[in-house]
Design a protein around this ligand. Sequence first.
Ligand code: ATP
Ligand code: MG
Length: 665
Amino acid sequence: MSDDDVQLEARLEEQEEFEPPAEFVEQANVSDAGIYDEFEENWPECWEGAAGMLDWDEGYDQVLDDSNPPFYEWFTGGSLNASANCLDRHLEERGEEVAIEWIGEPTDEDDRTFTYEELHREVNEFAAALRERGVGEDDVVTMYMPMVPELPVAMLACARIGAPHSVVFAGFSAEALATRMDSADSEYLVTCDGYYRRGDPLDHLDKANEGLSMVEGDVSDVVVVDRLGPNGDDFGHDLAGNQHDYDALVEEQSGATVDPVGRDAEDMLFLMYTSGTTGQPKGVKHTTAGYLAWAAWTSHAVLDVKPDDTYFCAADIGWITGHSYIVYGPLALGTTSVMYEGTPDYPERDRLWEIIEEYGVNQLYTAPTAIRAFMKWGSQFPERHDLSSLRLLGTVGEPINPRAWKWYYKHIGDESCPVVDTWWQTETGGMMVTTLPGVKNMKPGSAGPPLPGIDARIVDTNGEEVEAGRAGYLTVNKPWPGMLRTLYNNDERFIEEYWKEYSDVDSDDPDDWVYFPEDGAKIDDDGYITVLGRVDDVINVSGHRLGTMEIESAIVGVEGVAEAAVVGGNHPVKGEAVYAYVILEDGYEGSEEMSDRIVEGVEDAIGPIARPEDVVFTPELPKTRSGKIMRRLLEDIANEDELGDTSTLRNPDVVEDIRVKVQEE
Ligand code: ATP
Ligand code: MG
């Protein structure tokens, strides 16, 4: 590093608050600070603006029907179609503009560009094909697909005919597919032959077929997308009797049009199973109007998406971020949404930066796990590219520690892009807690205040608000349009999981109902919320409750550390003790000295009570497909317990590697 760099790093390290760049504020979609008060005074009518971003077949009668909490209904009496809102209404003005810019992993393959017109055409054809196969309104269609453009096509085709979709991560196991199809009573599947991962074609249909053989209910039809062309021939799959080639189906319907089905505001748009970090997957039900309004409004207000932008969310459509912020939000706003099939390190560790430069990307929305990997790889990779088209950066999925935040801000955003750290969940449908980038200062490590109109609080076990600075539980005390409506076919579990804790379940007064996301958090004097992680990610050392995130943040603050996960393991004296699993940045070694520095770092930041009992250096951590650390597996290792379910992991082998390593020590 040059002297200038060292000085810059030192200045950044100390800076706790960042103003939004003036140039950004000038052009921001939302820049009036009055919006917070305005929404509070005018609640729930404040959400009419979001509903007004959509085209309705039939206007709604009521903004919020809260007569039967927690089964809230939004924009009741209205009817609309999500695919018409994402496609048809843009045709006149933006038909020739790009809707989806798809980039495959192999660099020698041509990109696939879909203008709004082209996307509209293919969605119509596939909608006609689905109908022909017998898919009717309200039939759940499962999609077990990687990042291919046929996935958003299939989602929008379903939306067009009023058939809810249920997208299952391509990386999930065969068994995970089967359980989800059965749980959703889904008789239709759209899948594909395979996809590319780090240069090699991967057989996906084999896994899909295995899953199908485990489905207990009837499977009527399966559509298979040919992603690999001749490169997939080696897998030697023949389509079974009820399996149809996607291209053939679409070809047969060439030029067909399907009138978008008018859906009631509260009709189900899709079902999405949560990533499963905390046990049994939950089938989260989202509806048409509230969800779409939420995705569109937050894309506008937080991601600052404008129709002329080229916007890139590097998540997978197989999780909610991709639903709301690759497909529905950006397309509802008529922008260009970039979709990338592969990993950020193929063929080299600068692939995302190359994409951003080549397409002139304006917003990048990604996850802390990716940002920490970029940081570990080093700034020489982004430095190879001109990233000056970027205007805004976003992060979602886990808490981001200040060091990674600042790295992102400096090395990707060149200190001229606001960073929005967005807290939300599958269940919330879209963003809930984050700074409005054109209004609020940013504080690294803190997501920010609740969005206007969102009543989020930090409370103790009795539901009383805690003082600033104290750890408590995050709650949402008023409903919002994008909220889940229930867990599929399981109203009881819906109440049990999210409401029971802080609500008077016998009351029909909405004021007695409080949503509990099951995350721990704290709030500062300015009302900024720092999410500490899941409530069950709390370690109890000798009676002291320690949040894993705080300890991890201290560890990642140590020079040379890229990423850390801490868990509680049984300890004869302390009850629980802290075990730390650490990934180092390239160029650092897992020495005893490093281990001492980490322990010291934790003691300095939090106190001796949080001192890790053991520091294990590992090249990888067990992660879900959405990039979340699966702490419960690390706990199993620390406790020498039998390993729990690893079927939703991206890298199941790493668990065994870590276990062997721990046993050897
Ligand atoms: P499951 O509910 O099945 O265990 P999951 O909670 O991992 O899965 P998601 O809905 O994808 O499934 O993740 C939402 C969770 O991710 C939040 O509840 C929170 O714990 C975490 N999270 C998301 N964004 C942030 C953020 N910006 N800061 C801190 N935590 C975040
Ligand atoms: Mg969750």
